[in-house]
Design a protein around this ligand. Structure first.
Ligand code: ZN
Ligand code: ZN
Length: 183
């Protein structure tokens, strides 16, 4: 028994050779079956739009039959069919909206992102403050407050005229001192 080709669309198998395959795949019946298959998965909205753009097929609508079948250039949908499709489309849209609004995962993600945003913003502000403090000169008041009150060492209190290098510096002196830049 030779190899056989099975066509999913037509639910049919035949001897597999290039000629019969080509004949089948280019055949009208195969094209119709293939189209019918995809029509089943086509979005109702798309079908509705396509069909609404077509003129109604008088033959089909009056007799229920049309020799062109799915390939007919006119629409085989009755007004009821279209209304039904429109209902399905609306229903699907509503479902999609509800899904969008009520998904707990999304809500969680939103608040998480918001708190993350806040944190990032705060951090950026803090960093900007630190940076500007680093760049600018330290205000004298801040510096003055940071200077400890130096006292004369106790062991020197009894010394008459201690050498200047042993005297505690005053705040005034420290504030006006020239500092060498090391680098
Ligand atoms: Zn086929
Ligand atoms: Zn028709």
């Amino acid at each position: 028994m030779g190899k056989r080709y099975y066509c999913d669309y037509c639910n049919k198998s035949f001897a597999d050779n290039p000629v019969s395959r080509k004949t089948h795949l280019s055949g009208v019946v195969h094209a119709q079956n293939k189209r019918a298959h995809y029509d089943a998965f086509r979005d109702e909205e798309e079908i509705l739009r396509d069909e609404s753009n077509k003129r109604p097929c008088r033959t089909f609508l009056s007799s229920g039959q049309c020799k062109f079948g799915d390939r007919c250039q006119y629409s085989h949908l009755t007004n009821d069919d279209k209304a039904h499709l429109a209902e399905i489309v609306n229903h699907k849209r509503k479902l999609a909206e509800i899904k969008l609004q009520d998904t707990p995962q999304d809500v969680e993600d939103d608040s998480f992102i918001q708190s993350l945003d806040k944190w990032t913003k705060k951090r950026a502000e803090k960093k900007a403050q630190e940076d500007s403090a680093k760049d600018g000169p330290i205000p004298k008041q801040t510096f003055s407050a940071a200077i400890p009150d130096y006292q004369l060492a106790e062991c020197l209190t009894s010394v008459v005229n201690p050498p200047p290098s042993l005297l505690p510096p005053t705040k005034e002196e420290l504030l006006n001192a020239e500092y060498a830049e090391w680098g």
